[in-house]
Write a protein that binds this ligand. Structure first.
Ligand SMILES: [Zn+2]
Length: 149
């Protein structure tokens, strides 16, 4: 903090120069003021963000598992199966476009999160379904198989 303020006062010191002279205790992300985690270059916030950017499907998988555990639901889908699920449904792409628009629905609400029991569902259909458990919601339109995953 003190060191950065001192550099800031120096006339003619380019912003980049200040940045490269950040305190070695600080996260390596430009302009991030958090201290980095022990033995790491980045703070926990930046590490989480970078992980999410570099491993979007793993991030969704981890979130789904956490969510399932929090709600006491069975979680029987492997990461490999989840990758397959994403490849088939483009769930991760739809989710990425509008993070709140897609959820994962269980076909049988009393069953676990498993490869055979999950499907992507938009929020609107999901809320209708919760009010009317017997309502059958049509499966999403098939995606263009020629599109590269
Ligand atoms: Zn950071």
């Amino acid at each position: 903090m003190y060191v950065e303020a001192e550099y800031g006062k120096m006339a003619g010191v380019a912003a980049k120069r200040v940045c490269s002279r950040k305190s070695p205790e600080l996260c390596a992300t430009p302009f991030c003021r958090n201290k980095h985690a022990a033995q790491k270059r980045f703070c926990n916030t930046c590490r989480k963000r970078r992980y999410r950017e570099n491993n979007p499907i793993k991030y969704l998988y981890d979130n789904l598992r956490t969510h399932a555990r929090e709600r006491g639901k069975g979680f029987e889908i492997t990461f490999e199966e989840f990758q397959k699920f994403c490849a088939e449904t483009k769930y991760h792409e739809l989710k990425g476009r509008d993070p709140d628009s897609m959820t994962i629905d269980r076909r049988d609400p009393s069953g676990p999160y498993s490869y055979d029991n999950i499907r992507p569902l938009d929020h609107y259909s999901n809320s209708i379904r919760q009010d009317n458990p017997d309502l059958s919601v049509p499966s999403p339109e098939p995606f263009d198989k020629n599109e590269p995953f």
